[in-house]
Write a protein that binds this ligand. Structure first.
Ligand code: PMP
Length: 444
């Protein structure tokens, strides 16, 4: 593949943007390819190379790059009537109604502009509502570029994971390993009265794909209830992807007090949202006292894109299609692994998948069987990563240095590290799956 244009663009970018990018994960070495356009389930780069795209904007593009007629029309109509107004519009109400109708734990919703903004506001809301300062997060969980959750360390021995964040932020953040029932029990025993909320992704989607063990979310729900703390599900990735329109909370049958959204709910435009029980969400200003505001919040073009995307998904077989492709990907990869790299593991659910380069002997010698990935009934269940650490200990360097470039050179675009999930879209076809599986076979 020729990458001349991308290389030149990266040189230019490096002089005017830190690291040459606007989001750090995009700075692939020695240089990223620059995208010229999307096309169905593919992207085409500045040199005209075509890739099957399993990054899909890091999750928002449920419908792929070619938006259906009704979605495109709604976006163009809104944009042609002036981008935004600083006054409410009907489309915000319609999207809020749609979300509250479908997501079990959501009675009211506030729209913002990114997943990060959603989790920042959710944490403030939980603290304001409970009058407590501490939050519990999972090691290996990701909640955006925000002060309260960018922490390292265990339990109460946490410190900021980035320069520029005062130590005092981390003092209020307690960490526990995902799926460790004893650790979270202990944290509540010691700090229960000070804990405003437990903030967790229902399925870790930024650190491999890690499922909750049976009973884990139920335990979190119960501990929060017993101690007067709130349970926040960060569904920025899983929202409107895992479990379809009812999201992961519907799939798992857990009612969080607060849910954060991003990605799909904005149909590919910048978005975030904080939803939950009315009694809690109404603590946001101007109904309540917890300050929350934003010039671009509820942006009409975003709202139209999100609403029409979700309507389209509701009226067509989008979830059946993407989940079926997900199954085929996972089982196809499982067969290849069985043959070529039995120490590695394929993980995922619904329209998400990832190969984790688990090391021989770490979780036994196998990977999950197709279709029952990380399901407790799977005979290989014990061999699956159970928390962020399990994924971190995998051969992450080999994944990045050898596997990713090999996939890219065969025209398959994956997230460029071991940690972030791959996504399927309504635009992907059987041929895309076949192409990808051939590439996996070769690269592995
Ligand atoms: N929460 C989760 C679970 C995420 O995956 C992400 C982003 N990948 C965020 C929050 C932050 O969202 P954003 O990048 O839109 O700020």
């Amino acid at each position: 593949m020729n990458h001349e244009q991308s290389r030149d663009l990266y040189d230019r970018a490096l002089s005017v943007m830190p690291g040459g990018v606007n989001s750090s994960v995009r700075a692939i070495q020695p240089y990223p390819f620059f995208v010229q356009k999307g096309d169905g389930g593919h992207v085409v780069d500045a040199d005209g190379n075509r890739y099957v795209d399993f990054v899909m904007g890091y999750g928002p593009l449920l419908l792929g790059h070619d938006l259906p007629e009704q979605v495109q029309a709604a976006i163009q109509q809104r944009a042609s009537e002036g981008p935004m107004y600083g006054a409410p519009t009907e489309v915000e109400v319609e999207l809020a109604e749609f979300v509250t109708r479908h997501v079990p734990g959501v009675e009211m919703v506030r729209f913002v502009n990114s997943g990060t903004e959603a989790t920042v506001s959710a944490v403030r809301l939980a603290r304001g509502y409970t009058g407590r300062d501490k939050i519990v997060v999972m090691q290996g969980g990701y909640h955006g570029a925000q002060e309260s959750t960018l922490v390292e360390g265990h339990g109460e021995h946490t410190h900021p994971s980035s320069p520029g964040i005062p130590e005092s932020f981390a003092e209020h953040t307690l960490t526990v390993p995902f799926n460790d029932t004893e650790a979270v029990e202990r944290v509540f025993e010691e700090h229960g009265e000070d804990i405003a909320a437990v903030l967790t992704e229902p399925i870790l989607g930024n650190y491999g794909i890690v499922h909750p063990v049976e009973g884990y979310h139920e335990q979190l729900r119960q501990l929060c209830d017993e101690h007067g703390s709130l349970l926040i599900f960060d569904e920025v990735i899983t929202g409107f992807r895992v479990g379809g329109l009812q999201c992961a909370q519907g799939k798992f049958g857990i009612d969080p007090d607060i849910t954060t959204f991003g990605k799909i709910v904005g149909g590919g435009f910048p978005v975030g949202a904080i939803g939950g029980k009315s009694e809690i969400i109404e603590q946001f200003t101007p109904a309540g006292e917890v300050f929350q505001s934003g010039t671009f919040s509820g942006h009409p073009v975003t709202m139209a894109a999100g609403l029409e995307t979700l309507r389209y998904a509701a009226e067509n077989d989008v979830y059946d299609h993407v989940n079926e492709l997900g199954e085929r990907m996972r089982s196809g990869i499982a067969d290849i692994l069985e043959d070529q790299a039995p120490q590695y593991t394929v993980v995922g659910t619904d329209s998400m998948f990832k190969v984790i380069f688990t090391r021989e002997g770490e979780f036994g010698e196998g990977h999950c069987e197709a279709g029952c990935t990380q399901n407790p009934t799977c005979p290989r269940y014990e061999h699956c990563p159970k928390n962020g650490m399990d994924v971190k200990q995998a051969e992450t360097e080999r994944w990045e240095r050898l596997f990713w470039p090999a996939m890219k050179e065969q025209g398959v675009f994956l997230t460029p590290n071991q940690f972030e999930s791959q996504f399927l879209s309504a635009a992907h076809t059987d041929t895309d799956i076949e192409t990808a599986l051939e590439a996996y076979k070769d690269a592995l």
